[in-house]
Design a protein around this ligand. Structure first.
Ligand SMILES: NC(=O)c1ccc[n+]([C@@H]2O[C@H](COP(=O)([O-])OP(=O)(O)OC[C@H]3O[C@@H](n4cnc5c(N)ncnc54)[C@H](OP(=O)(O)O)[C@@H]3O)[C@@H](O)[C@H]2O)c1
Length: 267
């Protein structure tokens, strides 16, 4: 299937590693010019070079902390200036620390909301003028938000993620309705347990707390899935690329799990 992504431009946040990096790589492979950001200059430049070398695409590395609205504004403006516009925005950041609801302070919740909800709003706010222009010229533009399977089915030890992601889902649904008439679609993609640094860090925390081995921890995650294994970042990225594509033109306001069948609800 031709996704119709060649000669389009994308901005992927939180993309020096993990799901963001795999997504930027996949979009570049499909023909997009891609800007990617993270906080660490060396890491983001290394990721950009690897993607450029592999795909031959135009790749722009940007240092930007997505919790800082001014940095976000500047990164999006640099992207639009460099590539002459913006068609696809992928919002993403690291995950908040683990912990049960009562173990955490209000300040922990504030930080998580800044990291996962407010960053999403800042990125959309900065990108929307460019996306509106792209949609007016080309009929469509795309917003895809990386959230978590915890948005649909909260995970007991991830209270911060459960709380902040719920806000992202509400924002996405509201934005999808507002932007529908412009041709901009808005969807969220919900990773289940996928092999990235974030998962390594979670496994370390669990190992320290419970004394379980890595094999036991991973088996515990995988066994709850219909497909009893951990996901790969490329599998997640392929779904984002489809939602970014011209072919996904009638899909908006959807929360799309890429979780190996972990979520057990009917809808
Ligand atoms: N992997 C999973 O199994 C899984 C499951 C459910 C949900 N998720 C969620 O999906 C998202 C991505 O997960 P991942 O596994 O890819 O995480 P990861 O491996 O920890 O990568 C996170 C990326 O975001 C960047 N980042 C972190 N904080 C940032 C900030 N404030 N501003 C800009 N960039 C920032 C990091 O780079 P720098 O350090 O250079 O900034 C890195 O490139 C997270 O929110 C995570 O909680 C992941």
């Amino acid at each position: 299937m031709d996704l119709g992504l060649s000669n389009r431009t994308a901005f992927v946040a939180g993309a020096s590693k993990g799901l963001g990096r795999a997504t930027a790589h996949e979009l570049a492979r499909e023909g997009c010019s891609v800007a990617l950001c993270s906080r660490d200059g060396d890491r983001i430049r290394t990721a950009a070079k690897a993607i450029r070398d592999d795909t031959g695409a135009e790749v722009l590395p940007l240092v930007c902390d997505v919790t800082d609205a001014e940095q976000v504004e500047s990164a999006i403006a640099q992207t639009a200036n460099t590539f002459g516009g913006l068609h696809v925005l992928v919002t993403n950041a690291g995950g908040p620390p683990s912990g049960a609801a009562t173990e955490l302070d209000p300040s922990d919740y504030r930080d998580a909301v800044e990291l996962n909800l407010m960053s999403t709003i800042s990125l959309c706010d900065a990108a929307l003028p460019h996306l509106r222009m792209a949609a007016a010229e080309d009929d469509h533009a795309r917003v895809i938000m990386v959230t978590s399977v915890s948005s649909k089915q909260p995970i007991p030890t991830l209270a911060l993620s459960n709380t902040a992601r719920a806000g992202v889902q509400g924002y996405a649904k509201s934005l999808a309705d507002d932007l529908g008439p412009t041709g901009i679609t808005v969807n969220t993609v919900l990773p289940g347990y996928t092999r990235t640094q974030r998962l390594e860090d979670l496994a370390d925390e669990i190992q320290e707390r419970t004394g379980q081995s890595r094999t036991e921890i991973e088996a515990g995650w995988a066994d709850d899935n219909a497909l009893p294994r951990i996901g790969e970042p490329d599998e997640f990225a392929a779904t984002v690329a489809f939602l970014a594509s011209a072919r996904a033109g009638y899909v908006t306001g959807v929360a799309f799990p890429v979780d190996g069948g972990r979520s057990k609800h009917l809808l």
